[in-house]
Design a protein around this ligand. Sequence first.
Ligand SMILES: NC(=O)c1ccc[n+]([C@@H]2O[C@H](COP(=O)([O-])OP(=O)(O)OC[C@H]3O[C@@H](n4cnc5c(N)ncnc54)[C@H](O)[C@@H]3O)[C@@H](O)[C@H]2O)c1
Length: 340
Amino acid sequence: MTTATTLDSGAANLQLGTNVLYLSKKDVLDLGITRAEILDHTRDALIEHGRHRYEMPAKIGVHPYPEVFYHAMPAYVPGKNAVGCKWIECYPQNPAKFSLPQTTGLMVINDVESGVPVAIMDSTWVTAMRTPAVTVLAAAKLHPAAETFGMFGCGVQGKEHVRYAAEAMPSLKTVYVYDTHEAAAEALIAELRDEMPFTLVRGKSPEDVVKSSEVLGSATVILKEPLAVVKDEWISAGQTILPCDLNTFWDPRTTQRADKYIVDSIDEHELFAEMGYFPDGLPTIVAETGEVLADVAVGRENSDQIIVNSNIGMAVCDVVVGRAIFDRAVERKIGSTLTL
Ligand SMILES: NC(=O)c1ccc[n+]([C@@H]2O[C@H](COP(=O)([O-])OP(=O)(O)OC[C@H]3O[C@@H](n4cnc5c(N)ncnc54)[C@H](O)[C@@H]3O)[C@@H](O)[C@H]2O)c1
């Protein structure tokens, strides 16, 4: 039995099957969900994934231009009563061409028992929050005592990666940031410097950042042909590398020779490889991120291992966070009801 067919959600009652709650980006922000809460929800989603208690087909997509993708990202996570689908677009040229974000999208959350849609929300915020949450949860598990972190890309994701690193990696003393667009790195530092518990430094060059950091992240662009900005010879024993932009930024030799190549979803990575990403071949995957967080698989085994952990984004995280947003919106009476 559904707990209620009517949810008192503000402007009008939300009647299952009759109307749906629409949450704009501002509505989602007004809910005041903290990064600590997002970390908890994302950890839960990853652990459910790691214990294989989910349903999540690999993304299906359409591709109007060569470097562009739209992805449908459905998932069901029974343990979190979360089901829904994110419909997301990635246009790498959007910032330069239209002053629009690379990544935009919408998410639908459904009622598990009846299936009816209960919420439609902007998914830009969810994506900007859950992606760095995955990176730092994995970084904290794979490299718990790291004092240095290097972040490539200082856009939406880069900035949130730094904020999330402050939440989940308490031993950090220095964070290096680098962006080809120098103003982006400077803006990030100017905005976050006073709030962060670590020193923020603008990296002089990719090589300088790599050689100064134990843990490295990248959120730049996703392209089929690797840019290989970071040369393999700069990488040293013991480093942990966490791209959220697939294989674009890194020398393919590094991912191929890493002691462990761990990914959030094997299915998703195989799908991207089939689409033409990883032209040098998909490295051998030893485990999934959720399995490491759930202690189903072993992460780092010694301080010399080079570990690459690629997280391309999973719908299980989106729908679990989306469900939490919906529940909070109902509780706080935020959002507009639309007739189905
Ligand atoms: N894995 C996931 O779940 C996930 C989710 C969202 C976005 N992403 C990916 O993360 C990346 C960043 O997204 P965003 O929303 O932050 O984009 P953004 O446009 O806001 O920021 C990207 C930044 O990277 C910089 N950049 C580009 N090429 C660079 C290079 N060679 N070296 C250094 N800096 C470079 C740009 O100047 C820009 O400041 C994209 O590739 C996006 O597809 C991944």
